[in-house]
Each structure stands twice: as structure tokens, then as C-alpha cells.
Ligand binder design. Structure first.
Ligand code: ATP
Length: 822
């Protein structure tokens, strides 16, 4: 029998492999969840036993009975257990087998509420028709039926097609059978057969009924399975929800973790930045320390080296001294020793000679005595002879001694000679040295004399240079006028039409296009005004270039002339920039004077340089180098020494210019005082004249020459016209005073240029001209800068300034005189 109960193993569940279902405790694995839900869907859809594989993976689910049979098995269980096996129950068995084989599909149909009729249809229909048709020939039919149904289960269609025609033909044959006994027998047997068939049919029907009830039970079981699965699905849904919330939690945890991570990263970055900054500052500190340390070490090393060098030199000096002393000592000792040795040797030689002579005399006497004794005593001849031999031997010995002494004497004489030669050599060396020293001394004297001559020549040339310089200055004229047009600033627009026709050649001309004028006929015309001066500086010119032009005048002040350099022009035209800016004329002039005075020192000149910085405001003098609180309060007096033609400022602070940096201090103090004053009366610097006075007194200690010169650098107040400025009150008074002093300056220059020598020059008419009395006129060199604004708005003032400057330029002042005193 091939029932499902006998063959449960090969039933296909339709579930996916359980390994794909993940543990529910792992909420992050959504794939696993998906697999699981697929499995659940499959379980619902196919009715295959889903819990087998799932239960082991889903720990949260209730554990089903361990050896649970599959859905198909249980579906067939009632049939197999309750139905007796009818003789021809194969269709049902086949159907059941088929259902078991296609269990998933059949269950799916019932689960979907649309049961398929093929569950029962083939069994009843085929078996019924089969038994009905096969009943006439039960053996054959029975056998064929069995075989047919078996075949039907496997290849139903082909077998039934083949069998049905044969059944029909046999029926036809039996109806037409002509044999009666056989017919009775057939009828009885037929009846028997029919009864059997009926009984079988009945049995079969009972089987069907019990099968139907089995199926109902199966349905119930299946329904209970469905509800179980529903519960399972609910559990899974809950689990899914739980997992989703876990996932959500995990996501929020991840987000917060990310935030914390980000915060930690930021903190870390800050910490790293802090550390980096700290490290950098530490590095800088270390570098600084290292640099200082290195400097200190270098200094120490240099000091040590210097010390070592000095020690070394001292030691060398000491050694040299010791050496020369030792040499002298040795020489003395040697001489003494040589002397002593010589006298000792002489003494010894004399002694030896005396001794020898004595011995010789004694020997002679003895020989005489012996000879006398020989003569007298002949008997004693042998003894005397022996004594004589002895005496002869002695004589030989003495002679050998004499030879030796003579040799020694010769050796001593040779060494004495060598010593003498050495002494002579030493004596001759010191003579050569003193000879060389004398030569050197002589040559030095000659060189000094030559230098003296050269210096003398230089002094003569310096005097000549000064004379020539002055002649050149005279040729250039004692009053010179130069014009400077400043560049417009970035904020300034509408420039005036100012041109420089000879900028590429002489740079002496400036042309200004005047304002438009309307004729009576309504014609608009503009005229161009040309002016020429000693030099014109365009907007691109630098202070260095301007100073080059005036440096010769500065030199004249050192040479003993009074020099006055003015800056004239309206407010904002660049006077202060030219005169007192960091690289303006005042710092440059003082630097040149200081350098030149230092250079002249080698020619015997010694200069004393003293500076004052005063302001003329509202026709009163103010000391710009005094205390700022004294400004406008302290009375400053100007005194003139008519005889010496000198001006002194009483109560003013004088600063000695003993270093080039002093001028910087002077300018700073002056500027501070002016700015303090500016809070009292606005625009003070524009409304007052400032005068920097530098007195230069030089004495030549070689030639006895003396020179006294003064350099005046004047920054005049703005030259606005009264009608144009529309000033009132204090401002009106300022403007009136400025105009008065400027017109007085014009008057003085005019008088100097036109009048005879004896004519009156109106210095006293203004405080400014009074202060500059001895720096304007016959004994002075004057340079006026007319400063020009480049703006169209200032055109009228520009033309007025240029006209005034032209007037001054046309003035001829008498020859300057150098102030020298014997
Ligand atoms: N040659 C120049 N090059 C560049 N800038 C200049 C030049 N001349 C003047 N200036 C600038 O123009 C402005 C006015 O100049 P400055 O103050 O010297 O005029 P000023 O005639 O002295 O005026 P005030 O009469 O009010 O003192 C300043 O800002 C100055 O720096």
C-alpha cells in the first residue's frame, strides 16, 4: 500500500530552509525577518507543516510536540486509521496518495475555502463507473479494474482510453449470446456478482462515509492548525513589532551614539587644536629661549674669546718681556762667564808656565848640581845617571803637560774667540735693529709731513669749494622759488587740469587751465595759465628728489650762511608733508648737517648745533619744544643783535643736536604740542606758521676759522583768501592774522628785491618777518616752495598761490654774505 502513513518522509513542505530564519533576538537582521515572514506566508499558503523547521529557530514560539507528523500525514491519518481497506479502495487510496503527494496544493485549496472536487471525484466517479461497467465480467473486470486503477493513478488517460471500447464490445457480445442455460447461469452468477458488487458498493459507500467523516476531522484539524498558525502569526507579528521597536531603539541609540561620537570628535578636534596651539606657543617660547640662549652663549663665547685673546696677548707680552730679560741676563751671564773662564784659563796657563819654568830651572839646577856631583863624585855616577833618567822622564812628562796646557790654551782661546764673535754678532744685531727703527721713524716723520701737506691742501680746497659753492649759489640767485604739486588722494575726485610742459627736460614749468568764462555773447572760454620757477615737482615726485635740490642750501648753512626755506600754499596742499613728515626736509636737512659736520671734523672743524622750534599763531610766538600747558601762556621774546646780526629767542627751549636721532624727538615734541593746541583751537597746525631754527656754529682749530650759519625751515599757515573761507569770530581773526603775516612776507621780499641798500625793509610789520629778519635779505639764501593742490575745487587758490610765487620769483635779493669771524 502506498498510503501517506507508510511513506511520510518525502512530503514536500514548501518552506524555505530553516537556516535562513534568524534568531529573533537579533533585531538588526531584517533579512532574517523577511525570510521568516516568507516562511510564514509559505506555511499559510501551502499548509505544509511549517512548525518543524521554524520551531527550532524561534525560541519565543511554543514548542510543538516533538514527533509531530506533517500536515499531509495528519490529513491522511483518519483515512488510513479509520477506513477499512476495501477491496477496491484503491481509488480512494490513490486519491489520498495523490493528495498526500500534492498535499500542499490540496491543503491550500481547502485553506482558501475553495476545495477542489478532484479530491473525491476520481475516487467515486471512476470507481463507480468502473464497477458498473466491469460488473459483467467480474474476474476480468476485477483484474482489469485493479490494473486499470493502478494504471490510472500513474497514466490514467491512456489506459482508460484503451480499456473502454473493449468493455462496450463485450457487453454487446453478452446481450446477443444465443445459449439459454448459459444465460440462466449467467443471470444467477450475474445476480451473485451484482449482490457482491452491491455489498462491495455498500461497503465502499460506508467507507466513503467514514472517509468523509475522516475528511471532516481532517478539516477540523486543519482549522485548528490554521488557528494555531494564526496565533503563531500574531506572535510573529508581535515579535516583528518588538523587533521593529528594538530596531528603532537601536537606530536612536545609533543616532545618539553618532551624536556622541561627533561631539567626542569635535572635543577631540578642539583638544588637538588646543594642544597644537599650546605646542606652537611652547615651540615659539623654546625657540625664543633657544635664540636668547644662543645669543647669550655667543656673547659669552665672544667675551671668553676676547678674554682668552687678551690673556694670551698679556701672556705673550709677559713672555716676550721675560724672554728679552732672560736674553739680557743670559748675555750678561755669558759675558761674565766668558770673562771669568778666560781669566781662569789665563791664570792657569800662567801658573803652568811659571811652574814649568820653575821646574825647568830646578831641573837645570839639579842637573848642574848633578854634573858637579859627577865631576866631584864619580863614584856616584850610576845613581846620578839613574836620577838623571828619572829627571828626564819627569821632563818628558812635564813637556807633555806643557803641550797639553798649550792645546787647552788654544782651545780656550778658540772658544773665547767664538764667544767674542757671538757677543759681536749680538751687538751688531741690536745695532741693525736700532738702525731699522731709525729708518722707520724717519719715514713716519716724512709721512706725517706729507699728510700735513695733504691736509693743508685739503683745507685750501675746502675753502675754495665753499667759495665756489657760494659763487654757484649766487649765480642761482639768493631767492629761489620751486613749485610742488601733490598727488590727489584716493578719496579725492575732480582733479584740476594741471600740466607740466617741460617735465622731460628742465622741469621748470607748470600750466593750469583756468575756470570757464562766459562772454557777453554767451561763448564759453577757458584760458591756460603758465608759470615758470626754478624747479617744478610733479605729483609723482618724492621727498628725496625735492631734498636733492635744496641740499646745497643746507650745505651753505654749514658754511656760515643764513638759509631760509619756506613752504607756502593753501591748506591741504602738502606743506607739512614736504617739511616735517618722516622723510621731509627737516629730518633730511638735519641728517645731512650732522653727517657733514662729522665729515668736516677731520678737516679741523668742530660744530655746535642747536635747534629751536617755534610757532607764530595769531601774531604771538609759542615754543613748540616747551611744555604743552605753557602754550599760549609763556611769553617768548625775539631779540636781535644788530652788531652780530644774530637773533635769539628768549625763554625758548634750545635742543642741542648731538645725534641725528635728536631731530626725531624735536619733531615729536613739536607735533605733540601742536596736537594739544589743536584741541583748543581747531585746525591749529593749518592756522599757524611753524619755524624750525637750527643754529650752526663751527670752529676750525687748525686754521682758526669760525662760521655761524642758521637754517630756518618754515611751514607757513594755509593761504586761504578771506572771502573764500567765509570765516567768522575766532576763525576770522586767525585768517586775518595769517593774511597779514603772509602779505608782510610778500612786502619784505618785495622791498628786498626792489629797494636800494639803505631802504627800509618792513620786518617789524609781522611777527614772522621780525623773527626771520636776519634770514631774509642780503645776508641770506631764501628758497620758497609753492605747494599746489591738484583739485579743481582749489583751482582759484592754486592760481592765487602761483601768482604770489611768481612775484617772489621775479625778485632779486642782494648778494649773501658769509658770517665769518677771525
Ligand atoms: N607729495 C605728496 N605725496 C603724497 N601725499 C601727499 C603729498 N603731499 C601731501 N600729501 C598728503 O596730502 C594731505 C595734506 O597734506 P599736508 O597736511 O601736508 O598739507 P598742508 O598744506 O600742510 O595742510 P595744512 O595747511 O592744513 O597743514 C596729507 O594727507 C598728506 O599726506
Amino acid at each position: 500500500m502506498d498510503t501517506g502513513a507508510e511513506n511520510p518522509a518525502p512530503v514536500r513542505t514548501g518552506l524555505r530552509p530553516p537556516s535562513k530564519i534568524i534568531m529573533p533576538s537579533s533585531p538588526s537582521r531584517q533579512g532574517g525577518l523577511k525570510d521568516m515572514s516568507d516562511a510564514a506566508v509559505n506555511a499559510r499558503g501551502t499548509m505544509a507543516p511549517p512548525l518543524g523547521p521554524v520551531k527550532h529557530k524561534l525560541a519565543a514560539l511554543p514548542e510543538p510536540p516533538s514527533k509531530r507528523s506533517t500536515m499531509a500525514d495528519r490529513a491522511t491519518e483518519p483515512l488510513n486509521s479509520k477506513l477499512p481497506a476495501p477491496p477496491n479502495s484503491r481509488p480512494v487510496g490513490a486519491a489520498t496518495k495523490k493528495m498526500a503527494a500534492n498535499g500542499t496544493r490540496g491543503f491550500a485549496s481547502s485553506a482558501n475555502g475553495a476545495p477542489r472536487s478532484n479530491l473525491t471525484r476520481p475516487a467515486s466517479a471512476s470507481s463507480f463507473s468502473g464497477s458498473a461497467s466491469v460488473g459483467y465480467n467480474s474476474k476480468v473486470a476485477s483484474g482489469n479494474h485493479f490494473g486499470r486503477n493502478k494504471a490510472f493513478a500513474g497514466h490514467g488517460r491512456s489506459k482508460s482510453q484503451y480499456y473502454n471500447p473493449r468493455s462496450a464490445s463485450s457487453m454487446t457480445d453478452r446481450d446477443e449470446d444465443p445459449r439459454p442455460e448459459r444465460q440462466v447461469f449467467d443471470t444467477e452468477s450475474r445476480m451473485e456478482s451484482m449482490e457482491r458488487e452491491f455489498a462491495a458498493f455498500k461497503q465502499k459507500m460506508e467507507g466513503e462515509a467514514s472517509q468523509a467523516s475522516g475528511l471532516k476531522e481532517t478539516i477540523k484539524i486543519l482549522q485548528s492548525r490554521v488557528s494555531e498558525l494564526e496565533a503563531l502569526r500574531t506572535q510573529l507579528t508581535a515579535l516583528n513589532e518588538e523587533l521593529k521597536s528594538d530596531l528603532k531603539d537601536a537606530k536612536s541609540y545609533m543616532a545618539s551614539a553618532n551624536m556622541e561620537l561627533e561631539k567626542a570628535r569635535r572635543d577631540h578636534t578642539f583638544e588637538v587644536d588646543d594642544l597644537r596651539r599650546k605646542y606652537r606657543s611652547e615651540m615659539e617660547d623654546m625657540q625664543d629661549r633657544y635664540r636668547k640662549e644662543a645669543d647669550r652663549t655667543k656673547r659669552d663665547n665672544e667675551e671668553a674669546a676676547e678674554k682668552v685673546r687678551k690673556d694670551f696677548e698679556t701672556q705673550i707680552d709677559k713672555l716676550l718681556k721675560m724672554h728679552s730679560e732672560e736674553l739680557a741676563e743670559m748675555e750678561k751671564r755669558l759675558r761674565k762667564e766668558v770673562e771669568e773662564e778666560r781669566s781662569r784659563r789665563m791664570r792657569e796657563t800662567l801658573e803652568l808656565q811659571t811652574e814649568y819654568k820653575m821646574k825647568l830651572q830646578n831641573a837645570g839646577l839639579e842637573a848642574d848640581t848633578k854634573e858637579r856631583e859627577i865631576l866631584n863624585v864619580k863614584g856616584e855616577l850610576t845613581n846620578v845617571q839613574a836620577e838623571l833618567d828619572r829627571e828626564r822622564t819627569l821632563k818628558t812628562g812635564l813637556q807633555a803637560q806643557l803641550t797639553e796646557a798649550t792645546t787647552l790654551n788654544l782651545t780656550l782661546e778658540a772658544s773665547n774667540k767664538a764667544m767674542k764673535e757671538k757677543i759681536n754678532f749680538l751687538e751688531s744685531d741690536s745695532q741693525a735693529q736700532s738702525q731699522a727703527f731709525n729708518d722707520l721713524h724717519r719715514r713716519m716723520q716724512e709721512a706725517i709731513e706729507a699728510a700735513e701737506l695733504a691736509n693743508e691742501k685739503l683745507r685750501q680746497e675746502e675753502t675754495l669749494r665753499r667759495k665756489l659753492h657760494n659763487q654757484v649759489q649766487e649765480l642761482k640767485g639768493n631767492i629761489r622759488v620751486m613749485c610742488r604739486v601733490r598727488p590727489p588722494s584716493e578719496a579725492e575726485s575732480e582733479p584740476a587740469k594741471i600740466t607740466f610742459p617741460d617735465a622731460d627736460t628742465d622741469s621748470k614749468e607748470v600750466a593750469v587751465q583756468g575756470p570757464e568764462t562766459k562772454s557777453a555773447l554767451g561763448n564759453v572760454t577757458t584760458s591756460t595759465y603758465s608759470y615758470s620757477f626754478d624747479r617744478v615737482f610733479g605729483p609723482k615726485s618724492q621727498n628725496a628728489e625735492v631734498f636733492e635740490e635744496i641740499s646745497q642750501l643746507v650745505q651753505s648753512a654749514l658754511d656760515g650762511y643764513n638759509v631760509c626755506i619756506f613752504c607756502y600754499g593753501q591748506t591741504g596742499s602738502g606743506k607739512t608733508y614736504t617739511m616735517s613728515s618722516d622723510d621731509g626736509m627737516i629730518p633730511r636737512a638735519t641728517a645731512q648737517i650732522y653727517a657733514e659736520a662729522t665729515r668736516l671734523e677731520e678737516k679741523g672743524w668742530k660744530y655746535k648745533m642747536e635747534g629751536n622750534f617755534v610757532e607764530v599763531y595769531n601774531e604771538t610766538y609759542n615754543d613748540l619744544l616747551g611744555r604743552s600747558e605753557d602754550l599760549d601762556k609763556k611769553k617768548l621774546e625775539v631779540r636781535h643783535d644788530m652788531a652780530k646780526k644774530q637773533t635769539t629767542l628768549e625763554n625758548a627751549v634750545s635742543v642741542e643736536l648731538d645725534s641725528p636721532n635728536r631731530v626725531e624727538e624735536i619733531l615729536k615734541t613739536a607735533s605733540k604740542n601742536r596736537s594739544v593746541a589743536a584741541t583748543k583751537a581747531n585746525m591749529r597746525s593749518s592756522r599757524s606758521h611753524s619755524v624750525f631754527i637750527l643754529r650752526l656754529v663751527g670752529v676750525n682749530h687748525i686754521t682758526g676759522e669760525r662760521s655761524e650759519g642758521t637754517l630756518n625751515l618754515v611751514d607757513l599757515a594755509g593761504s586761504e583768501r578771506l572771502d573764500h573761507s567765509k570765516a567768522e569770530g575766532a576763525r576770522l581773526k586767525e585768517t586775518q592774522n595769517i593774511n597779514k603775516s603772509l602779505s608782510c612776507l610778500g612786502d619784505v621780499i618785495n622791498a628786498l628785491g626792489s629797494a636800494k641798500e639803505s631802504a627800509h625793509i618792513p620786518y617789524r610789520n609781522s611777527k614772522l618777518t621780525y623773527l626771520l629778519q636776519y634770514s631774509l635779505g642780503g645776508n641770506s639764501k631764501t628758497l620758497m616752495f609753492v605747494m599746489v593742490s591738484p583739485l579743481q575745487a582749489h583751482l582759484q587758490e592754486t592760481i592765487t598761490s602761483l601768482k604770489f610765487a611768481t612775484k617772489v620769483h621775479n625778485t632779486h635779493i642782494g648778494t649773501a654774505k658769509k658770517q665769518t669771524r677771525a
